[in-house]
Design a protein around this ligand. Structure first.
Ligand code: SF4
Ligand code: SF4
Length: 307
């Protein structure tokens, strides 16, 4: 069931996920924006507005402010947005207790996990997003796990100071008891600057067909394939923090409901690091009593199914 509408205001709007935004500006038309807001009101959808890094005309802002919404923006442009997308050059200016998305490469993360330390001290939540999951190789398992453990120790140091910072790839699995995926194509769609709906921004920038528009509604072919209950590998998985990115699935396996090996291994390494984190936190006091993350002997659930 649809719950969220993402509105990309411009082709150059900040990228907060596994895709590259357009290089050129292409602002959504005022009419398309109005239609989308009306659609969201009628369907009772939560609206996420994704901003470019330039000032929009006043009439655009008035329409946007006519509905409750969450703002995504580049941290160097709008420090007051709800979700800030940042890079290391911006970090000195990030407001205290922000929610911040940082996109990074896998190799950079393995080689320099310490770049995140200043953020742990000041933000409420850090979402680390790997922008090149397909480059992950099995020989990176040890280095990736080491980087996760390095961050775990830094987070625990913050906990000792009563700073309960959240980091998606490590702390989310501690509290989740079921999947908390992106669910694009099932719970959310994106309105692109061309006035059409797409499964998510990655499908728009990747040249996929639109799946409707605010006047005709959302029409996703084989829409059941975007649901967890039609994802045979994912529905038997307990890496609950995984995005279960249907765009990456399509890129890697040509099926939106079948994940590639790399996405699964990365998310299981995170899951296992969360288990180690839980054990370490309990050394300093009672934490989530009754919560356990079981031992597993695989990093890709496909191996479990094969067995
Ligand atoms: S780790 Fe793999 S199997 Fe598990 S939810 Fe993510 S993509 Fe699906
Ligand atoms: S499917 Fe979800 S996780 Fe993947 S790129 Fe789109 S919005 Fe991001």
């Amino acid at each position: 069931m649809l719950k969220y509408l993402v509105i990309l205001l411009d082709d150059s709007a900040v990228s907060y996920c596994h895709y590259e935004s357009g290089k050129e500006r292409k602002l959504i038309s005022l009419e398309a924006l109005k239609s989308a807001i009306l659609f969201a009101m009628k369907e009772n959808l939560n609206v996420h507005i994704v901003w470019p890094d330039y000032e929009l005309p006043k009439d655009y802002k008035e329409i946007i402010n006519g509905i409750d919404h969450i703002n995504f923006a580049d941290a160097s442009f709008a420090h007051d947005a709800d979700i800030l997308v940042a890079n290391p050059l911006d970090w000195d200016n990030i407001p205290e207790k922000s929610v911040v998305v940082v996109k990074t490469g896998i190799r950079d993360f393995i080689e320099k996990p310490e770049v995140f330390l200043p953020l742990l001290k000041r933000v409420a939540r850090l979402n680390i997003l790997f922008e090149d999951i397909s480059v992950f190789k099995d020989e990176m398992v040890t280095g990736f796990s080491y980087a996760l453990d390095f961050l775990t120790d830094a987070i625990i140091e913050q906990y000792k100071k009563q700073n309960k910072v959240q980091v998606n790839i490590l702390t989310d699995r501690l509290i989740l008891d079921q999947m908390n995926n992106c669910n694009a194509g099932d719970e959310s769609v994106t309105l692109a600057p061309d006035g059409q709906f797409y499964v998510c921004p990655a499908f728009y920038f990747g040249g996929e067909k639109s799946v409707g528009n605010p006047n005709e509604g959302v029409h996703i072919k084989n829409s059941q394939l975007f649901r967890l209950d039609h994802a045979p590998i994912c529905r038997n998985c307990d890496a609950y923090q995984c995005n279960r990115c249907v765009w990456l699935n399509k890129q890697q396996t040509l099926e939106v409901n079948t994940p590639g090996h790399e996405q699964c291994v990365i998310c299981h390494l995170e899951r296992n690091a969360s288990k180690r984190m839980l054990d370490k936190i309990r050394e300093i006091g009672e934490f989530l009593p009754g919560k356990e993350i079981p031992d597993i002997d695989y990093l890709d659930p496909f191996e479990k199914i094969e067995k």
